[in-house]
Design a protein around this ligand. Sequence first.
Ligand code: WQD
Length: 337
Amino acid sequence: MKNILVTGGLGFIGSHTVVELFNQGYNPIIVDNLSNSTEEVLDRLEQITGVSFLYLKENLANYESIKKIFRDNKIDGIIHFAASKAVGESVEKPLLYYENNLVSLLNLLNLSGEFNVSNFIFSSSCTVYGQPDKLPVDESFPKLPAESPYGNTKQIGEEIIEDYCYSNREFKAISLRYFNPIGAHETALIGELPLGVPNNLVPFITQTAAGIREKLNVFGGDYDTPDGTCIRDFIHVVDLAKAHVAALEYVEEMPENYDVFNVGTGNGYSVLEAIKSFEKVSGINLNYEIVDRRPGDIEKIYADTKKVNGVLGWKAERDLDDMMKSAWKWQKSLQKN
Ligand code: WQD
């Protein structure tokens, strides 16, 4: 059984990927410093899979403590999720973001070289494209100057990995550019756990529906889109998790030693369409108001998925209603605990 080091493995996407790795016969080893998650997620993962996973509460910026993991375990691959990811916070605290996100990556790459680990999957983001000048966006599109230090750490991270792959032909890596991950596992045992007031749309929708938030502010109704609100490519977190397993299975055999894939559904939905989908599946009339645009938001983006479909043999299976249904079931489960 292959040991896969999953950094940020108790986080939103990381925890769902641990489940899919297990389902595919891998042995996930979880590293998480709990800066954006709780240890309760580990118990939930055991409830879902029936297995207790090796978990280490470590900060990836601490080279020596991470080195011990590589010394004590044969690592066959790494999926690197651990990073700070709040766009707004990154503008206020850029040095925290550059240190946390990039020092962690450099430590992992150095240790991969020292311990001959060669299969590396990097959590990147469609944010590297900025506002594409045409849609759908494919992997050949240029990376535009990042709108935030968070987005810049993703761009720089991709470049660091590509340069390392060039210098070490034994090392193989894939960057997965996520679009907008939403939803939750069908068991409602794991899902998105935003700490404090949610930045992202869907947790704000579900918390408004649950009465935790008084109303949802829709940021901007005057964009050049059919209904005036922004368009995004929302993807179910379980579909996204499965894409990581597909990438892991491909990376070992791939002809080049670095590649990049968009991971989206290829469908763009507006904020108002997302709200309508939620209202349909929940039966709740959501209290929302269209207000001014949010600085830094791009107008519209959705993925060209030909490459990930054709090369990784992966395709998103869940539609927007499935995503909203699972998000609402997860929110209701949070109210019970
Ligand atoms: C989506 C749309 C908002 C909240 C960011 C990062 C991306 C990834 C996901 C980490 C936008 C609108 C939102 C609200 C709203 N981050 N919105 N009211 O900004 O597309 O992507 O988060 O993995 O890398 O860039 O996601 O959910 O914040 O916003 O109207 O209360 O919903 O304006 O149009 P975004 P989001």
